[in-house]
Structures are given as C-alpha cells and as structure tokens.
Design a protein around this ligand. Sequence first.
Ligand code: SAM
Length: 253
Amino acid sequence: MKPFSFVLPKVDKADQGKEKIIVTYKGKTRELVTHDYPEIYKIPGLYENLFYDTLDCQSPKVVCGLLGDALSQTDDAPDKLVALDVGAGNGMVGEELLEIGAQKVLGVDIIPEAAEAAERDRPGVYDAYYVEDLTELPEKVEDEITCEGPNCLSIVAALGFDDIPPDAFATGYNLISDDGWIAFNIKDEFLQKNHPSGFASLIDRMVDEDIMDIIDKKRYQHRLCLDGTPLNYYAVVGKKQADISDRMLREFQ
Ligand SMILES: C[S@@+](CC[C@H](N)C(=O)[O-])C[C@H]1O[C@@H](n2cnc3c(N)ncnc32)[C@H](O)[C@@H]1O
C-alpha cells in the first residue's frame, strides 16, 4: 500500500511545472506543484507514481537507451563509462546508466532532499552524490569529480525552466574528458533558433565550432502535462570534442 494518495484537479489548461496536485501523506492534505521537488522527494514513491505511472514519463529510459544504442555502434565499452549525472534527483537515471553497463555513476543535485531520496530509494547506485549548484561548484568538489575521470555526462529532465541554465550545462560539460559521451534531453521548443532559454544558441555554437558532435537525436513524448497535452522533448547523444571556452561561457551567463 502506498503511504500517500493524490488527486489531480481537472483543468483545461496547465503550465508545465506549475501543475497543481493535492497530496495526502501522514494524515495531512496539502497542495503542491509538480516542480516542487524538495516536497515531492520527501514522500517515498510519490515522484515515480506521479511522473512515471500517472503522467507517463519516459525520459530516463529513452535517453539512456539512446546512449546505449550509440555506444553499441562503437568500440567504446559501456563498462568503461564513468558518468556524471547532473540533476540526479532520486536516482532514476543513475539506475538506467548502470542498466546499460556503466562502471561508475556520480550524482549532482542542488537540493539535499534529492540526495536523501536517492539514498533511501536507490542505495548504492551512485558512487558519490554531491549536493551542489552546478552554477557555483566549489573548487574542492570540482577536483574530486575530475579525479574520478568522468567520461560521460547525463542530464535528464533538468535543463531549462527554473532548473539547470546554459552556463551550468557548460560547467558540467567541461568536467567530462575530451571524447566523452554526452546524453541529455530538452524540451523541443528550447532548441528552436534564438529561444530565450539560450540552449539553442549554445548547442548550435558547440556543433558549429566542433566542440560537440551530435551522434543521435530523437523527438519523443517526455510526459503528459496535467491537462493531457503531450510534452515533447529531444533526446540527444553526443561526443565531446573540446571544452567550451571561458569566452563562450561568459556569453551564456
Ligand atoms: C525533474 S528532476 C529530474 C531528476 C532525474 N534526472 C530524473 O530524470 O528523474 C530535475 C532535478 O534537477 C535538479 N536541479 C535543478 N537545478 C539544478 C542545478 N543548478 N544544479 C544541480 N541540480 C539542479 C533539481 O533539484 C531536480 O532534482
């Protein structure tokens, strides 16, 4: 038996991330919104039940599946992957990375509730889990991460909105070794030319300036919005060719 229940009030129109849910847990009923991750992670099983079972989220499987397929077309062995999973949440992506054979997964998330939920729900998935904001990574943590020699960056369901901005993506990217694998997803409209999020310009520049090769990209349904609208994303798998320069990084801060 689930220790919680929730009701999704019927609405004609809902904004992604601001969708309201009424949750009852330990005798208390209150209203949350779908991007209130600290409160959602605190309730065991709510994140999976809400996003995956109810709103049909597919992203960890789709993104890691695309990475696994791309790897299988090369001589790179999955068991050599040391992945840095950014916006790791309660560990669903870490688990998928282990499923495709990764040797080691390091997690980073900005909120302590995510680290606590990952330890509670998926103990042992992450070799290390850092509670840090990627836009302000302390040098000590950066050194610890680079010492592990990460050669894969995963960022799933965490780019844009109020989550990870372009400069934080760039910071994560530069922590990965040259020739490392990059696997992420992003809302389709964020990749439209000159989208105000800055991601389209950053990624176009990275490709044009041979900083990243795109190996595979596919559009798919990330999840449903509470009003039933499909939320379509791109899953992207690439290979790092070079660091993003400080000059370029500054343009996206
Ligand atoms: C929708 S959750 C995705 C969790 C997981 N990747 C998944 O697919 O289930 C987005 C996560 O990004 C984290 N996040 C947001 N901004 C961040 C930042 N600047 N640095 C690190 N993590 C961040 C949030 O705390 C949240 O746990």
